[in-house]
Write a protein that binds this ligand. Structure first.
Ligand SMILES: Cc1ncc(COP(=O)(O)O)c(C=O)c1O
Length: 361
């Protein structure tokens, strides 16, 4: 695909305070944009980051055909940036697109757009270990038409944002509560797609959980309110005895890229890993009989997030609320070590992007 490149003549990089990065507030100089019209993707372009204009009848605003991805680029050395499992994110984007009746994107186009954008904005990838460039690809229905039907036009963008380490002063275990009132996803719904509406629907229960003093909701299944599913933007893992257990992917849970990485590494380390239904009662029972060793979430933002407390129907499971467990820490060190290139990548998860001097400002 021919990507037209228009470079900014006014880089904003000098305004950026790399020591005070707020997640998702500042965006790098350029963005990728592509238009879907008459059954094909056309007009691929990298241009200065800036506003986009639409009529109020933009279909995405009314009928919710909007999907996105979240991934990161890591500074490896002055010539190299590492993308972590970008083709897995691409596959998930296409799966989300299929579920929402939206057009897919070819892997080669997705990768070329990412590489060219990073080569242009490589200075925005923070060099400090733990910091990274968050990458947000997203697609939405762009036909201007008020009718509850499938849009004929779409836009696809990639924007990027430099972000600080998730844990600046040591790990901070999160506290979770189940909800007996709300669910995130039901079988047959859009739970396994990364669609914008899934997040909009989760905000009210999350706000209620926060008002009660918890960090986030631990979602249970929609039918029986019995089986654990996932957390706000993380998949969940339980280390019970010597077995690592995580809910199976059965249509309602987002198939996390970090989740897959955790499972692979745990298997490499000869740990018994089970992807299966796990009830909240089983978690509480394991806590009572002393076999529950660790609970942690896994997701792109934090990589590994220790869970210090789970509240369910007036009862609580409390683990060490001050620190991360040894297994979760080992997993965090292994994944981040691979991401920054300090640990050998034996799985082919790293996609290196070379900074070509030809495109420097
Ligand atoms: C609902 C939900 N579950 C799980 C995850 C973790 O997925 P990943 O590891 O691909 O970031 C995310 C984040 O994207 C999410 O939004």
């Amino acid at each position: 695909m021919n990507i037209k490149i228009t470079q900014t003549d006014q880089s904003r990089i000098s305004e950026l305070d790399f020591n005070n990065l707020e997640f998702g507030r500042v965006f790098s100089d350029h963005m990728f944009e592509m238009v879907y019209r008459d059954g094909e993707w056309v007009e691929a372009e990298i241009k200065p980051y800036g506003p986009i204009t639409f009529d109020p009848s933009l279909m995405a605003l009314h009928y919710g055909q909007a999907i996105f991805e979240g991934m990161k680029a890591y500074y490896a050395d002055e010539d190299t940036i590492h993308l972590f499992r970008p083709t897995d994110h691409h596959k998930r984007l296409n799966n989300s697109a299929k579920r929402l009746c939206m057009p897919e994107i070819e892997e080669s186009v997705f990768m070329e757009a990412l590489e060219k954008l990073l080569q242009l904005d490589y200075k925005w990838v923070p060099e400090t270990h733990g910091h990274s460039l968050y990458i947000r690809p997203f697609m939405f229905a762009s036909e201007e038409y008020i009718a509850a039907t499938v849009s004929k036009e779409y836009r696809f963008y990639i924007i990027t944002s430099p972000v600080a380490a998730y844990y600046k002063e040591g790990f901070n275990p999160v506290s979770l509560t189940t909800s007996d009132e709300y669910v995130r996803a039901a079988k047959g719904g859009t739970g396994e797609a990364k669609s914008a509406g899934n997040y909009g629907g989760s905000f009210l229960p999350a706000r209620k959980a926060q008002q009660e003093g918890f960090t986030q909701v631990l979602w249970l299944d929609a039918k029986e309110h019995k089986y654990v599913e996932e957390v706000g933007t993380m998949n969940i893992f339980f280390l019970i005895g010597d077995t690592l257990i995580t809910p199976q992917l059965a249509g309602t849970v987002l198939p996390g890229v970090t989740r897959r990485s955790v499972i692979s590494l745990a298997k490499d380390w000869n740990l018994n890993v089970e992807e299966r239904r796990i009830s909240i009662d089983e978690v509480f029972e394991a806590h009572k009989n002393g076999s529950l060793k660790e609970i942690f979430g896994a997701g792109t933002a934090a990589v590994i997030s220790p869970v210090g407390l789970i509240h369910h129907k007036g009862e609580t499971v409390t683990l060490d609320r001050e620190k991360i467990g040894p297994f979760a820490k080992k997993m965090f060190d292994a994944i981040t070590g691979i991401q920054y290139g300090n640990i050998e990548d034996t799985h082919g998860w790293i996609h290196p992007v070379q900074i070509s001097t030809a495109v420097l400002y």
